[in-house]
Each structure stands twice: as C-alpha cells, then as structure tokens.
Design a protein around this ligand. Structure first.
Ligand code: SAH
Length: 251
C-alpha cells in the first residue's frame, strides 16, 4: 500500500515530483495527485492548498479514494518556540488547533466530541521521521550542499507540539500572544502552520498513521512574508525531498 506525502504548496512538493518514477497525474476533488514510486516505494504525492478545510478534504480523498496506508505531511511553518529558527526542522509530536474555541461550552482549544485539545501523531512513524530528519539535517551541507547562512548556527531538529489555524501569523505581537495564551494552559508550541492539525484529526477518525515535518520558513513575525517563496524553493523543498526519501527507506 502507498504512503501519501501531503504538502500545502506546489513549491513544497516540487523536488519530490521531479524524482517520481512512472508519474501519473490524477485530478480528484479539484486537486492534483501524483501516483508513482520514489526509490521503488509506492507513493501518492498530494497538494492540499492552504488551510484546515482544504487539508481535511485532501486527507479524506487520500484515504477514501487512493487507499493510502499512512499520511506524511511535509511543508513549512513559522517558528514560535524559543530557538526555533529559520532553516530548522520541526517534527510534530502532537497537534493543537489554535483557533478552536467553543468556550464556554467546552474549554478553549478542546475539540468538541474528542474530549481533548491535542491529537498525537503516530509514535512509530514519527520516530522514523525524526531519525530521517536528524540524518538529513546533519548531512545537509555534505550531501546536498545546503548550508546555514554565514555566521549563523547550524540548523537544528526540534520535536514537540505544533499549532494549526486558519491564519498566516505575520506579526510579532500575534505570535507572542498566541504562544503565551497556549503556554498558560500548558501547551508549549514550537511552530505554527495552517493544515497539520486537520490532517491529524482526519487520520485519528480513520485510524491511519500520521506524521508531519515542517521546515521553519519564518519566525511568524513582522518579516514573515519576506523571502518566503525563495526559502521554500531553495531550502524547504530540498529538505522535504531528502527527509521523505530517507523515511521511505525505513518503512
Ligand atoms: N506566501 C504564500 C502563502 C503561504 S501561506 C503564497 O503566496 O502562496 C503559509 C503556508 O505556509 C501555509 O501552508 C502554512 O501552513 C505555512 N506557514 C508558514 N509560515 C506560517 C506562519 N507564520 N503562519 C501560518 N502558517 C505558516
């Protein structure tokens, strides 16, 4: 059975499509899917577009229509935790929807009907993804010529809570508020993005393993929109390619 590799943006996926053997492009539910093999492993590469609903639709299609065995998300995110810098990689341990608020009916951030705020990623798949991410980041400069900017420390891999919501977090004030509010309730968030928690919820509903990795493209602050496109093309997409290939070898 296939592994689904899901991304939000074309640029996040482009390196992987370029390496696909026997590529077959399928349009379903208004979006593009690529069937094929990466290093002889059957995969479906999928593009969700941006946001939680788009991600949930795509995850559901991957499960119901393409019958995938597991879903791995690769993309970019804004760093909000201390020391989570541009070029670092975050492997999600679990997910929270930072814009879920059905209070006072339910505690803030709790998913109504799930009796919890945080949904875990699959521990076994996540452990393999973490190994793959560590190996790639450690070998990035020797294996594929990726270097951190002069004078900056080497890229790092982090593992922990990621928050998703339908907002591009693009001011330092908003980022600090979001982080402080969640921290006050015991949720120490490393990064913020717009899709992962929705995919985690769909995978939980269907009982399918899910893991996610995000390269940090910005600090979710006032310069977050800056070199976003360039960064995704030159750094994030290369990391995605190498981490996914390394993960597939381990399955
Ligand atoms: N500049 C892009 C828009 C990207 S939206 C364009 O013009 O198309 C941001 C995407 O990257 C989303 O898929 C989200 O998951 C992720 N992301 C990166 N940084 C983010 C941030 N600071 N806040 C929220 N999502 C972020």
């Amino acid at each position: 059975m296939s592994t689904a590799i899901l991304s939000a943006l074309t640029e996040e996926q482009s390196s992987l499509v370029g390496r696909l053997a026997h590529p077959q492009r399928v349009t379903h539910a208004g979006r593009a899917f690529w069937r094929g093999e990466l290093d002889d492993r059957p995969v479906v590469l999928a593009l969700s577009g941006i946001g939680k609903v788009a991600a949930a639709t795509t995850a559901t299609a991957l499960i119901e229509h393409f019958g995938v065995a597991r879903i791995v998300f690769t993309g970019v995110a804004g760093g909000v935790g201390d020391g989570v810098n541009v070029g670092d990689v975050v492997v999600a341990q679990d997910y929270i929807q930072h814009d879920m608020d059905a209070s006072p009916l339910f505690p803030r951030w709790e998913l109504p009907g799930y009796a919890r705020s945080r949904l875990p990623c699959d521990p076994a798949l996540t452990a393999l993804l973490l190994e793959a991410a560590n190996a790639c980041v450690a070998g990035a400069s020797s294996q594929f010529g990726l270097k951190s900017a002069p004078g900056q420390r080497a890229h790092q891999v982090h593992h922990g809570l990621v928050a998703s919501g339908d907002r591009f977090v693009s001011t330092a004030t908003e980022s600090a508020q979001l982080r402080a509010a969640l921290q006050g309730a015991g949720h120490d968030v490393l990064a913020v993005e717009m899709e992962g928690a929705a995919v985690a919820q769909v995978c939980q509903d269907y009982g399918l393993p899910f893991a996610a990795v995000r390269t940090i493209s910005d600090r979710a602050d006032d310069t977050a929109h800056g070199d976003f496109a360039l960064f995704v093309q030159t750094v994030a997409s290369r990391y995605a390619e190498h981490m996914v290939l390394a993960l597939l070898q381990k399955l």
